[in-house]
Write a new protein. Structure first.
Length: 607
């Protein structure tokens, strides 16, 4: 989500840093900053859009030919200038930008404080320049190498030092970094899109490697000082392709990013041993939430489908009655809002017009308004009393994918929080918490089988009608799967609760009307099997989404895609993945622009 850019050369650094930050802004951010070394280091930071930083640096215009820039998406610490990068050491000698999470920062921070270091931010990142300062004896790369041996977690960093000029030191573990040394100078970035306007010849750092980047040379070594021979890669990407990270479409990139986006949504929020969740954005209203007797979930489209899953979670494990409303309907009826009922507004963009209007209606009537939003600083985040950010990163494709699963992840955490306030036992809380933490890996396992879904799309691409069915937690997933297919491939699809088949939809079934049945091994498995048999008795084709190990379902379904086993309440996080892939491949095979489906907009800001 965050962006890194660094430059060393003969040109003025500031314009190049700002250009790089603009190139990386599609990734999403809530604050930004630059540092430029001239006669003295000049560091400028700003909260909000990049335009705020541009205005500040225009007024100051720090001059120098070496510098770093960073765009931050808040994790540790709020959205403030103090928490924005770059961060510096006590002597204002070492400046550093960082993507990732330093897991043992608290321990390092206490040790550094004991040695006299002073900290100015709430971030995990700030321990790094102080740790480098601790080992600095005139050679920056050696100080970085020694410091990183004490660090646990993920990082992509770029570092410069006033007392060891003429170089940028970069290092990575589990957070991408790429650099280029060319006729324009030396560049380092977290994304090729920031560099490709200067050169398409790049070097990609691997985990555990450190690069020393100078104006016209570079060297790479590991933490044990062993020199590494690095291949220069010549990219054949346009700028847009670079932003896509090599994927053909943003939608596919965002589907494939879901292990990371879900991890970002839950990181630091699970207290596994206590069997509960920590949602800092709700801390101020936790006392009020204990007294809430009911919850309205209000949203549109995909966010509404996430809310329907949340209804099952919250009622089963938190014991709270939940109503889910289309925002477009909620705003025009006369909802009963009282002090015992909270309203939860879910929106990827935070600007959805109907959802925002419904929020204002609730606020007008004195109701407690909560939010689950991906876009930091958006209208809904400003209007709600409290809320939770998804931290899923930017979603460019119009059809929502990773935002949906991040919403489900946050709803599962909210269920833990409210459940442990009420009836949820410690043992069950622990079980749910530990299983939520496993979800990113389980999603990775599903994505590794994407080619199997592509083969299914190839087989079924000629059909013009589909029925999606599910029960309980996976009824909303049936709705979401059908919605994705409609959005992306323009194929008619309907999502239904499987128990409603005999109340009308079964009349449509024949050999030309396939059904996708979401049938994990859960509390309604036998009921789903009966519904599938009803379809097969009428010559309908069935694609089943089933749990690994369920061999019996092969005898009644035409095709089966398996997902890993998890708790029933978390199956939607897994079962929706093959449905997203199926919609994507169907759209591509039918020749459509899946990133920009016709008649649709990413953020519906008008009624």
């Amino acid at each position: 989500m965050c962006g890194i850019i660094g430059y060393i050369g003969k040109e003025q650094a500031l314009p190049l840093l700002m250009e790089g930050l603009r190139r990386e802004s599609y990734r999403g951010y809530d604050s930004s900053g630059v540092v430029v070394f001239g006669l003295e280091p000049v560091c400028v930071k700003a909260v909000g859009k990049l335009e705020s930083l541009e205005q500040k640096v225009t007024d100051i215009y720090p001059k120098g030919t070496i510098g770093l820039g960073h765009s931050r998406w808040a994790t540790h610490g709020g959205v403030t200038e103090a928490n924005a990068h770059p961060h510096a050491d006590c002597k204002q000698n070492i400046f550093l930008v960082h993507n990732g999470i330093i897991e043992n920062y608290q321990v390092l921070k206490e040790k550094l404080k004991a040695k006299g270091h002073t900290f100015l931010s709430e971030t995990d990142t700030e321990v790094l320049p102080h740790l480098v300062e601790h080992f600095f004896q005139g050679n920056l790369e050696e100080a970085v190498r020694k410091a990183l041996q004490y660090v646990r977690g993920s990082y992509g960093i770029a570092v410069i030092a006033k007392e060891d000029p003429g170089k940028i030191v970069a290092a990575r573990v589990s957070s991408p970094l790429v650099f280029s040394v060319n006729g324009s100078g030396g560049f380092v970035a977290s994304d090729p899109s920031a560099l490709i306007s200067h050169s398409n010849k790049m070097v990609f750092l691997d985990d555990g490697e450190i690069a020393v980047i100078k104006e016209s040379t570079f060297e790479v070594f590991d933490l044990q000082r062993n020199l590494k021979k690095k291949e220069v890669t010549e990219l054949e990407w346009t700028l847009e392709e670079a932003q896509k990270g090599g994927y053909e479409h943003f939608m596919l990139k965002e589907i494939m990013e879901q292990p990371e986006s879900i991890e970002n949504s839950i990181r630091g929020r699970i207290l596994a041993e206590e069997g509960r969740a920590r949602l800092g954005g709700l801390a101020e209203v936790e006392k009020s939430l204990r007294e809430v007797q009911g919850l309205n979930i209000i949203a549109c489209g995909t966010s509404l489908n996430a809310g329907l899953v949340g209804e099952y979670m919250l009622e089963e494990y938190a014991g709270i009655p939940v109503d889910v409303d289309f925002a477009s309907e909620f705003r025009y009826r006369k909802p009963i809002i009282d002090k015992d009922t909270a309203s939860l507004f879910i929106s990827q963009s935070g600007e959805t017009a109907d959802t925002l209007a419904s929020l204002k209606e609730v606020k007008e009537k004195g109701g407690l308004a909560l939010g689950i939003v991906n876009a930091v600083g958006s209208s809904i985040t400003r209007e709600t009393d409290a809320g939770v950010y998804n931290h899923a990163g930017p979603e460019i494709g119009v059809a929502s994918t990773k935002a949906f699963t991040s919403q489900l992840a946050v709803l599962s955490l909210l269920t833990l929080l409210l459940g442990r306030q009420r009836q949820l036992s410690l043992v069950m809380g622990q079980r749910i918490a530990k299983e939520i933490a496993r979800v990113p890996e389980l999603v990775s396992q599903i994505l590794s089988k994407a080619s199997s879904v592509e083969a299914l799309a190839q087989k079924y691409k000629g059909f013009e009608n589909f029925l999606y069915i599910g029960r309980k937690y996976n009824y909303p997933v049936a709705l979401e799967g059908a919605l994705k297919l409609k959005e992306i491939s323009y194929v008619h699809a309907e999502g239904y609760g499987a128990g409603e088949m005999k109340h009308g939809p079964i009349a449509l079934i024949d050999e030309n009307f396939p059904t996708i049945a979401i049938c994990p091994s859960d509390s309604v498995y036998e009921k789903m099997i009966s519904n599938i048999q009803e379809i097969k008795a009428r010559n309908g084709k069935v694609i089943a989404i089933a749990t690994e190990g369920d061999e019996g379902i092969k005898s009644i379904a035409d095709d089966v895609f398996y997902i890993p086993k998890t708790l029933e309440m978390l199956t939607p996080l897994l079962s929706v993945i093959p449905l997203q892939l199926f919609a994507y491949y169907m759209g591509v095979l039918r020749g459509y622009d899946v990133d920009k489906p016709r008649n649709l907009a990413k953020s519906v800001t008008v009624e």
